[in-house]
Design a protein around this ligand. Structure first.
Ligand code: ATP
Ligand code: PRP
Length: 219
């Protein structure tokens, strides 16, 4: 049998929403992902395997060809640069916005701005494009705490309902990008495995469309 196709899934929030789409496309893990310590899983298709890894590692696995396909947030792809990847499908799940935010009612000063974020590259590019001098402070989580503790003047972070900002006395400011989860494909795999990938991507696109129609009907 030929080498199995490997799909790299982001663990956490995205995983829960990805599995029903994969199932609708005919790909289901043969055991529960959440009840296992395993990271590599067989599926109902003999020639498809799943790996479950940190979201930020997904582009790396796919770029280097250790996985043929990946599922990752556009925020992660923008931060990574996602060179050497195709992005054939918007899965339209885990939708949110990448924004700047600051303390409510406190306008940013005119001097060099201190910005706390885990999206260092995105923030650098964004502030440079706006002509704003920024000192980027890398954090790994709880960005909303940084302005409260006067570690930063502003943050760049994911905003969905806005509840996290509000609970910490902050307000959203500028939109940097609308975010959703994307399917990415290794460029060499897209060429070499085209016969196998094409129908799989098509079934996933149909699953995304069916989900969208279902949402419209229930709205
Ligand atoms: P890690 O645990 O690896 O640091 P993470 O905490 O960013 O990753 P999750 O919180 O599971 O991982 O988020 C995964 C993806 O889901 C993000 O990259 C983003 O695309 C999207 N996302 C994050 N927060 C939200 C949110 N509040 N609402 C909707 N989508 C979100
Ligand atoms: C994400 C993000 C924000 C929050 C925004 O955090 O980092 O803190 O969601 O969502 P909201 O606008 O609906 O409040 P998450 O809940 O995933 O926790 P994390 O900090 O562990 O990533």
């Amino acid at each position: 049998m030929s080498k199995p196709l490997v799909i790299a899934l982001s663990k956490g929030r995205i995983l829960k929403e990805t599995l029903p789409l994969l199932a609708a496309a005919g790909i289901e893990p043969t055991e529960s992902l959440s009840e296992s310590r395993k990271l590599l899983f067989d599926t109902t298709l003999d020639d498809v395997k799943l790996i479950v890894i940190r979201a930020t590692d997904v582009p790396t696995y796919v770029q280097l060809g250790a996985a043929d396909i990946g599922v990752a947030g556009k925020d992660v792809l923008l931060e990574n640069g996602a060179k050497g990847l195709y992005e054939p499908l918007d899965l339209n799940i885990s939708r949110c916005r990448l924004m700047t935010a600051g303390v409510s009612g406190k306008a940013p000063g005119t001097s060099r701005r201190r910005v706390a974020t885990k999206f260092v590259h995105i923030a650098k590019r964004y502030y440079a494009s706006m002509g704003i001098q920024a000192e980027i402070i890398k954090l790994y989580g709880a960005m909303e705490l940084a302005p409260l503790m006067d570690l930063a003047d502003e943050i760049v972070d994911i905003v969905d309902t806005g509840n996290t900002l509000k609970a910490n006395g902050m307000e959203p400011r500028e939109l940097i990008a609308d975010i959703s989860t994307r399917l990415v494909v290794n460029k060499a795999s897209m060429t070499m495995q085209h016969q196998r990938l094409k129908p799989l991507i098509k079934r996933l696109a149909q699953a995304v469309e069916a989900r969208r129609e279902g949402q419209e009907e229930s709205a």
